[in-house]
Design a protein around this ligand. Sequence first.
Ligand SMILES: *[C@@H]1O[C@H](CO)[C@@H](O)[C@H](O)[C@H]1NC(C)=O
Ligand SMILES: *[C@@H]1O[C@H](CO)[C@@H](O)[C@H](O)[C@H]1NC(C)=O
Ligand SMILES: *[C@@H]1O[C@H](CO)[C@@H](O)[C@H](O)[C@H]1NC(C)=O
Ligand SMILES: *[C@@H]1O[C@H](CO)[C@@H](O)[C@H](O)[C@H]1NC(C)=O
Ligand SMILES: *[C@@H]1O[C@H](CO)[C@@H](O)[C@H](O)[C@H]1NC(C)=O
Ligand SMILES: *[C@@H]1O[C@H](CO)[C@@H](O)[C@H](O)[C@H]1NC(C)=O
Ligand SMILES: *[C@@H]1O[C@H](CO)[C@@H](O)[C@H](O)[C@H]1NC(C)=O
Ligand SMILES: *[C@@H]1O[C@H](CO)[C@@H](O)[C@H](O)[C@H]1NC(C)=O
Length: 842
Amino acid sequence: MTLHLCSLLVFFMLQALQSSTINSINASSPLVQNQTLVSGNEIFELGFFTPDGSTKQYIGIWYKNMTPSRVVWVANRDKPLERTDQSASLIIGEDGNLKLLDGQRSTVWSTNVMVKSNYSAALLSDYGNFVLQDRNANIMWESFDEPTDTLLPNMKIGINMKTGKKLNLVSWKGKDDPSFGRFVLGVTSETPSQLFIWNGSSPHWRSGQWEKTKFVGIPAMDNTYYNLQQDNAQGTSYYSNNNHNNSIFGYTFISSEGSLEAVYWVNSWFTYYKAPAPDKPCEIYGICGSFGVCNTSSSPICRCLKGFKPRSEEEWKRGNWTRGCIRELELNCQKSTNKVASMTVEKVMFWKMELMKLPDSADLLITYDAEGCRSWCLENCSCLAYSYVNAIGCMAWSKDLLDTQQFSNGGEDLFIRLVDTSAGVDVDVVADTGSGVPLRTKLIISLSTIFGIILFGAGISVCGLSKWRGKLRKMTISRLFQSMAAAIRSKELPRETAWKEQMKEGDASKLVVYDFDSIRLATDNFDAKNKLGQGGFGPVYKGKLNNGKEIAAKRLSSNSGQGIAEFKNEILLISKLQHRNLVRLLGCCTEGEEKILVYEYLPNKSLDAFLFDSKEKAKLSWAVHFRIIEGVARGLLYLHRDSCLRVIHRDLKVSNILLDEKMNPKISDFGLARMFEGSQVLVNTHKVVGTLGYMSPEYAMGGTFSEKSDVYSFGVLLLEIISSKKNTCLDYPGQHLNLLAYAWHLWCEGRGLELMDAAIVDTFSTSEVMRCIQLGLLCTQDLATDRPNMSAVVLMLNGESDLSQPKKPAYTFQRLQAHEVQSQEGSIRSMNTITITTVEGR
Ligand SMILES: *[C@@H]1O[C@H](CO)[C@@H](O)[C@H](O)[C@H]1NC(C)=O
Ligand SMILES: *[C@@H]1O[C@H](CO)[C@@H](O)[C@H](O)[C@H]1NC(C)=O
Ligand SMILES: *[C@@H]1O[C@H](CO)[C@@H](O)[C@H](O)[C@H]1NC(C)=O
Ligand SMILES: *[C@@H]1O[C@H](CO)[C@@H](O)[C@H](O)[C@H]1NC(C)=O
Ligand SMILES: *[C@@H]1O[C@H](CO)[C@@H](O)[C@H](O)[C@H]1NC(C)=O
Ligand SMILES: *[C@@H]1O[C@H](CO)[C@@H](O)[C@H](O)[C@H]1NC(C)=O
Ligand SMILES: *[C@@H]1O[C@H](CO)[C@@H](O)[C@H](O)[C@H]1NC(C)=O
Ligand SMILES: *[C@@H]1O[C@H](CO)[C@@H](O)[C@H](O)[C@H]1NC(C)=O
């Protein structure tokens, strides 16, 4: 997804200081104007608010402590109260319903449900759901059933065809007016569903078809938090952002200008996806008309599909594409009345377009595979195009092809039916990539990729592999096939199941395959007293083998989600990666469901046991602190650069740093590490794995990670080591929201040394400490491109290279901005508990 880092939200709220909070509205306790209702863990808050520039007031919900915050739900959006009305209240009426009363005690808004119980109370859940419930906590009404313009995590929008009930988002009319605007975000009932934004009744934006983890039209989206669930039997289709344990705070909303915006909290609010975006005209529905295709980076952005020409050359040249394109050559079968007869005469070809946002109005043909899909389309003259998408199946189009777009990456292949004018040439392989890569090169690349995957699955030495693949690229196609055949003959390609033997043979001296019983014996049948901790994928036990050797056995929980493939991945990786600052893998063990990794045992446990323990941390001198920082940096540099592969750790944190008897740090838990090729810079992942507080903004929000995500985690870790404080702990002097904000503040005021933990009393080099802090701030800059890479980090740590000035991070921005706004406004409108003020983005 496109990252719009640092773009600030338009709404801003300030709470009046005198407000008091309650946690339930019931018959004896209404909500009055200087009060707010808060959720159990104070995540959400509900109360009266007035948008800036408005003379009306409303009941709304917003995130409580994450400022600047935006109203995510409004009760009385089209029934406002006057701002001057000081005695409005939200009460439980005699009929058990929630009622909003104005100063004259007349009902302005009500939940209006049948309440059977003689008792009701309204609460705000930690998910932001405002619920009316009876004594037995049966829900009688909930705000999640009446969305306004915002989709919170765990809330859903969609459609139930049986009941006809739609849950849509409707935009505010304007920034200061929550009443119904003209833009609606909803889910279509077709299969597969799409998200649509409608402007009144005309389509304004379309997500493309849902393909299991993402929409065809949003290639960068690949995030397990999002889900579209379609149940054809029930006639339902719901889209949601699942986040059951509330580990991510955010929301998606439809703005009054008609854009869908997704926003997340990571130290500060980030808009990380916006569509249609002002700089992406191709995202406007059907901008190029029928049979036109849009490419953001070409000029003009619209062209006709292959085999089509503008309906009106003149209008097209003027940049008026609304009438679209028409066929240059009519399809014979369409002209003829006797369709079957003419079919045999006509030569039809399919023109392949890659990287496509597939057109709107697809028909899903569930019974066909890719080949069947093609021949079905070939045989049916009404079929204008087809596409076979693995996660969806066969789709065919019989209406005008509308709203297509060609991406620079992602998207799907679309095959367009054309009259074949070339005599006798098989045109089915012609690919319109627009990228100008010669076909042969492309073939080699894709072949070598497939080849590489086979090899890796088979467990060939991973280090040898990358060299081999480098060689592959230089071969011609025929030589490639020859060498493939030769490789198969010489058994260079072991079978999938052979990985275990491969390991035994290849690395017998280093990597051992243990049998399950010996591990069970060594750990006293995985006795709780031997448990060292809980790693990423399961518990870790201390064990003592028959020969007296101490080990740490990581028993992967079967529900860990780590399949045999990931398991092999980890074994292969770790056995190849050897460095003094990485934990050594001694061997592994599988039996049935059991998967166990056997590591060297490190007597001093993990760094967090020292750092965050008041007694233990006093034992560590600054010199030891610095050595640990240096060691981690070197270990990480090895992973990123010096090992034969480029490995990203992805879950670097204090508890993943183990210490040996000499307090040398060793990075552990490579289960999450993924390999990636030298040429690739970013990789999209299917799962966001990591620990909050250490995740870089781009990783936490979009799921994209790079080496620079590790650098971010390293920066957090560095500051934690210096301060002996957790980044996510909320208890910093001066009300700084986290360690990074606090460190930045001290650094700016030249008081960096105050960050250092008071327990470090021995001598230290001031310049060394200051350098570390500056480096920590450099590593945690918002933009990945601003962060140094690990080789630069190691040089800077040792003072062999100068440090640049870190950029101001976004997360301190909010507070500074609050003060600025306050002084600009002179006096905040304080008649109501909350004021919303518009703030310019920076
Ligand atoms: C009504 O709510 C208040 C707090 O808002 C609570 O103290 C009181 O116990 C509630 N009354 C009943 C009957 O639940
Ligand atoms: C505000 O709350 C206080 C108690 O916290 C109460 O005495 C006062 O009457 C309230 N003011 C209004 C306008 O409701
Ligand atoms: C409300 O209902 C409960 C249970 O049905 C009953 O015990 C209670 O007496 C009722 N209270 C009133 C005021 O009717
Ligand atoms: C929405 O539709 C109205 C009326 O058709 C039009 O004037 C307006 O420009 C449209 N807005 C956008 C953002 O396309
Ligand atoms: C939240 O839930 C997800 C999925 O259930 C899980 O993978 C993740 O570890 C949980 N996170 C926390 C902080 O509990
Ligand atoms: C889009 O247009 C640009 C500029 O003409 C071109 O370089 C690029 O290859 C095109 N992309 C596709 C996918 O056609
Ligand atoms: C574009 O073409 C359509 C159809 O001919 C016409 O109705 C419309 O006014 C044109 N728009 C502009 C901006 O010229
Ligand atoms: C051809 O396709 C059209 C549109 O999908 C469909 O209505 C029609 O039944 C198909 N005809 C045949 C013979 O399959």
